[in-house]
Write a protein that binds this ligand. Structure first.
Ligand code: WQD
Length: 339
């Protein structure tokens, strides 16, 4: 079985990808510093898959630690999730983001260089496109960094491109995520943000479960059908399947790729709210608030390349995303901290 190292593997996307890889015949090995995740995830993963994934506790930026992990577990490919992802925090603390997000990628690559492992899938983001000139957004759209978070992801993409040009034995899969939401249908793993959620779906989930009084809708006067922001929401299990497809492509074709992972469909804040009310069976308190600085009116993916190259497309609907998010939240009102 091909052993795959998931840095940040105990996190939201990482844990869902571990399940998908295991169920696709790969053998996941996790590496996490638990700065933005908790060990309790490991037990949940074992309950879902019937397998106890090895998990190495440490820093992805630590070259010798990562090299030892690669050698100890005979790793053949890496999926690099480890990184911070709060846009607002990156504006307030850019050095923390450059150090961690670029540093951890450099640590993993330097460790890999000392081994025979040359395949890596990178967790990138559609925020590298900034405010796109047109929608849907395809991979040829220019990258415009509107915050340090997006800049760190773009910098790592450039590091991967230069490394691949320097030595064709490397092959990289860059996956630009749109808006990952939802949870594994078992309700055992899901999104568990620390503190006040920045993102829409976890915030709505916490209002629905009674942890927060009401959703603030950031802006109702955008040039969109109902005036609220439009985004491309993708079920985290569809996103995980995209990683499996990308990894297979790298290992079988030994050629790099850069693809958008999105549904190709835009939904407004109000549409998400209504879908979540259908999922949880009750009204969700909300009120209109001023626009959030840096937000764009509308963006959603052109997912055509991921389909033509990988045979992948998002399957799950917005209602399924909300139903799975609600099952996770209602079963775990305090996330992983509720025991
Ligand atoms: C979605 C929509 C908000 C919260 C983010 C970040 C980054 C990236 C993807 C990884 C927007 C509105 C939100 C709230 C609201 N992740 N909203 N009230 O801003 O598209 O992108 O997710 O790369 O984290 O770039 O996602 O979920 O923050 O916002 O009205 O309390 O919901 O204005 O229209 P965003 P989001």
């Amino acid at each position: 079985m091909t052993r795959v190292l998931l840095t940040g593997g105990a996190g939201y996307i990482g844990s869902h990808t571990a399940v998908a890889l295991c169920q696709s015949g790969f053998e996941p090995v996790l590496l996490d510093d638990f700065s933005n995740s908790v060990p309790a995830v490991l037990d949940r993963l074992a309950r879902i898959t019937g397998r106890a994934f090895p998990c190495e506790h440490g820093d992805a930026a630590d070259v010798s630690f990562v090299r030892q992990v690669i050698e100890r577990h005979a790793i053949e490919a890496v999926v690099h999730f480890a990184g911070f992802k709060a846009v607002g925090e990156s504006v307030a603390e850019p050095l923390k983001y450059f150090r961690n997000n670029v540093g951890s990628a450099l640590g993993v690559l330097d460790a890999m260089r000392e081994t025979s492992c040359r395949a890596l899938v990178f967790s990138s983001t559609a925020t590298v496109y900034g405010d796109p000139d047109r929608v849907p957004v395809n991979e040829s759209a220019p990258r415009r960094y509107e915050n340090p978070y997006a800049q760190t992801k773009g910098m790592v993409e450039d590091i991967l491109a230069a490394t691949a040009r320097s030595d064709p034995s490397w092959c990289f899969g860059v996956l630009r995520y749109f808006n990952p939401v939802g949870a594994h249908p078992s309700g055992l793993i899901g999104e568990d943000p620390h503190g006040t959620p920045n993102n829409l779906m976890p915030y709505i989930s916490q209002v629905a479960i009674g942890r927060r009084p009401a959703l603030q809708i950031f802006g109702g006067d955008y040039a969109t059908p109902d005036g609220t922001g439009v985004r491309d929401y993708i079920h985290v299990s569809d996103l995980a399947a995209g990683h499996v497809a990308a990894l297979r492509h790298l290992l079988e074709r030994r050629e790099g790729l850069i693809v958008n992972l999105g549904s190709g469909q835009g939904h407004s804040v109000l549409e998400v709210l209504r879908a979540y009310e259908r999922a949880c069976g009750h009204a969700i308190a909300h009120q209109l608030a001023p626009r959030r600085p840096g937000d764009v009116a509308c963006y959603y993916a052109d997912p055509g390349l991921a389909h033509s190259l990988l045979g992948w497309r998002a399957q799950r609907t917005l209602d399924e995303m909300c139903a799975d998010a609600w099952r996770w939240q209602s079963g775990n009102p305090n996330g992983y901290h509720g025991g």
